[in-house]
Design a protein around this ligand. Structure first.
Ligand code: SF4
Length: 240
């Protein structure tokens, strides 16, 4: 059920994004400067990627990709940890050194796992061409909407692995479903990756400014009102 909710969240966010009349995007297939190794994911998203890799018989390719470069960014706290600290009035610095290296799943400027790319990849857009020394241009309301949705995705995956995509994918190989893939890796690499993940936390409240709250609220309401198996997502997330 959690995977179905996750996919609904992707759908509702994409629909909301497409409906923003003032959001003009220049992103297109082949532009990939946002595809670095700084992507964070939940275990649910990692399971989708691992299942896709096994279904597409990409296990050998995947084992090479994941062991090529292990010096990627590792966040110090999850999005919901950061949100809780801010809402509690604590002064925290969530920044960790980011990596300029390309995502290992990027080949010929295209994403090889596009159908199952995680939310961190789905939210990334720009209103002007970005590249080296040219950061993306993203309106504040969109940034706050994507942060709120990221918080919901983390809430959905709470108590499970959360962290850099490359660490979470390796950590998940302890699940028996992925044994065929785990056999391609040295056990110490999997253990090390597991130790470098954090745990996804429940939603402590949204990080919304007064200025953007009205603009973002319809998105959150649309996610909460979405039905999965005859129940609305808000009730499911609240454990009802
Ligand atoms: S998973 Fe795909 S979309 Fe995400 S950063 Fe890697 S190549 Fe880009």
């Amino acid at each position: 059920m959690k995977h179905r909710i996750l996919h609904k969240v992707y759908e509702v966010f994409e629909k909301w994004s497409n409906e923003q009349a003032d959001l003009t995007l220049v992103c297109e297939k082949g532009c990939s400067s946002c595809c670095t190794q700084n992507v964070t994911i939940t275990a649910l998203e990692g399971e989708d990627i691992l299942r896709y890799i096994m279904a597409e018989k990409l296990t050998d390719w995947f084992s090479v990709k994941l062991t090529q470069n292990r010096n990627h960014q590792r966040p110090k706290m999850t999005t919901n940890d950061f949100a809780k600290a801010c809402l509690d009035g604590r002064d925290v610095d969530p920044e960790s050194p980011s990596s300029e290296s390309s995502c290992p799943f990027l080949e010929n400027n295209s994403c090889t796992i596009y159908p199952v790319r995680p939310f961190s990849c789905r939210l990334f857009v720009s209103s002007k061409k970005c590249g080296l020394g040219q950061p993306a241009l993203i309106p504040d309301y969109y940034l706050e909407a994507s942060t709120a949705t990221t918080q919901l995705v983390e809430h959905l995956g709470q108590k499970e692995y959360w962290g850099n995509m490359l660490d979470v994918l390796l950590a998940l190989l302890d699940i028996s479903e992925f044994r065929e893939t785990s056999e391609k890796f040295n056990n110490s690499v999997i253990m090390q990756a597991r130790m470098q993940t954090l745990t996804a936390k429940p939603l402590p409240g949204f990080l919304l400014s007064e200025e953007e709250r009205a603009r973002v609220a319809p998105l959150i309401e649309a996610i909460f009102a979405t039905e999965v198996d005859g129940k609305c997502v808000e009730d499911i997330l609240n454990g009802k």
